[in-house]
Design a binder for this molecule. Structure first.
Ligand code: COA
Length: 371
């Protein structure tokens, strides 16, 4: 029986696409989005709209292009909002990611050129509307006057939020916009490679992001911080968890062998949200837990560097901007959909079906042809 010689479990180390969208150097701890280091983009002055232009159209926008992108994302939010009356079942699902997946599946791609802005805008509306419903409140209509980050928070909270809060969320959304061939991006590209529509590819990506090994970690990071409570309790708590062979959420990465560069920029963004004592205490606890976890994991796994990943400080930042922890993964999706759309466009331009092999390890038919 002719068989592939080896199986690449988890596709670790296998390169499956050329991309101009983002570059991840896991040894050096570098993340570049189309020529721009993440540290330069995630400063608070680059907005989601800017990164949409960068990843979908090839460069950061000038003032007029930024305005047009803000308008396009608003129109996406407006279409998402108009759809809400048809989505009572989707919005009523208990899990916010299930709700986002179901609501997004109701979108239809009438105009392929508008699909990225439609998906990006509408997904923000769906997450906000699900949360409002969970709290027994009516949905809030989007505003053309606000950028995506500020409007997302206004739709969630029912009123505009202070500029520094919106800026911190913008920084977060920019930071997570794209990250090489993550599992969800690969899922989107596989679906796009069949010439399916962009909505279907994004729905597949949402499913992949839901898993705790990918985008589901920040909620559990906060649970862990809550349980640890005080820096001096970190070592004992973490030792016990590691002895019990539990994974420390927010630590480790398939690609990075150093601290995730996104952890640095998100930590900086949290610091800039100053004057909020609780956040600072939270940050101090997070830093203490990170340091203990890094040291303990280095002892237990001397051959594998396990450092803080993006999710660790995502948890602290999203809590600081007032999001309930059930919204952390859906908010990640609202950021990452920008990259998914970029990859789907790239995959379409490539036009090659993704169809790898598998190695059969099941029973063989009996030599006499079986019973
Ligand atoms: N806590 C404790 N141990 C960990 C760990 C963590 N966060 N991450 C990896 N390890 C251990 C594994 O148990 C394994 O140990 P073993 O060889 O004794 O079985 C070893 O380190 C290698 O792990 P492996 O599963 O090969 O790593 P991976 O590249 O497949 O995993 C992650 C990458 C991200 C899935 C993994 O680090 C993880 O589960 N992290 C926690 C979840 C998380 O934060 N996800 C968000 C990612 S952005």
């Amino acid at each position: 029986m002719k068989q592939p010689a080896t199986t690449h479990d988890g596709l670790e180390g296998i390169c499956v696409a050329d991309t101009q969208l983002s570059h991840v150097d896991g040894d050096a701890g570098v993340l570049v989005l189309r020529g721009h280091a993440i540290e330069q983009l995630a400063t608070g002055s680059t907005s989601v709209e800017d990164v949409c232009a960068l990843l979908w159209h090839g460069r950061l926008p000038d003032a007029g292009e930024r305005q047009r992108m803000q308008r396009s994302l608003y129109e996406g939010r407006e279409r998402g909002f108009a759809l809400l009356p048809q989505l009572p079942l989707a919005l009523g699902l208990r899990d916010a990611m299930d709700s986002l997946r179901a609501a997004t599946a109701h979108l239809s791609e009438d105009d392929a050129a508008e699909a990225p802005a439609l998906l990006t805008g509408a997904m923000a509306v769906f997450v906000a509307a699900h949360e409002r419903r969970r709290c027994g409140k009516p949905p809030v209509a989007p505003s053309p006057e606000r950028g995506q980050a500020a409007d997302f928070l206004a739709m969630l909270h029912g009123e505009p939020v202070p500029a520094p809060i919106a800026r911190a969320l913008d920084t977060y959304l920019v930071t997570v916009a794209d990250h090489g061939m993550s599992a969800s991006t690969f899922a989107a590209r596989v679906v796009a490679s069949t010439n399916s529509d962009m909505v279907s590819a994004v729905v597949a990506a949402i499913g992949a992001l839901k898993g705790p090994l990918h985008g589901g970690a920040p909620g559990p990071v906060l649970d862990m911080l809550d349980e640890i409570e005080r820096p001096e309790r970190a070592r004992a708590w973490l030792s016990r968890a590691i002895d019990d062979r539990k994974r420390i959420m927010g630590m480790g990465h398939r690609v990075y062998r150093v601290r995730d560069p996104r952890a640095f920029v998100l930590e900086r963004a949290v610091r800039e949200l100053s004057g909020q004592a609780r956040d600072n205490a939270r940050l101090a606890l997070a830093r203490a837990v990170e340091d203990e976890a890094t040291a303990l994991l280095a002892e237990r796994h001397p051959d594998r560097t396990l450092r803080a990943n993006v999710e660790f400080f995502t948890a602290v930042l999203l809590e600081a901007v007032g999001l309930d922890r059930s919204l952390f993964t859906p908010t990640f999706a609202v950021g990452r959909v920008v990259g998914w759309c970029g990859h789907i466009l790239e995959q379409r331009a490539k036009g090659r079906l993704i169809r790898p092999l598998s190695r059969y390890v099941g029973p063989l038919p009996a030599a006499d042809g079986g019973a």
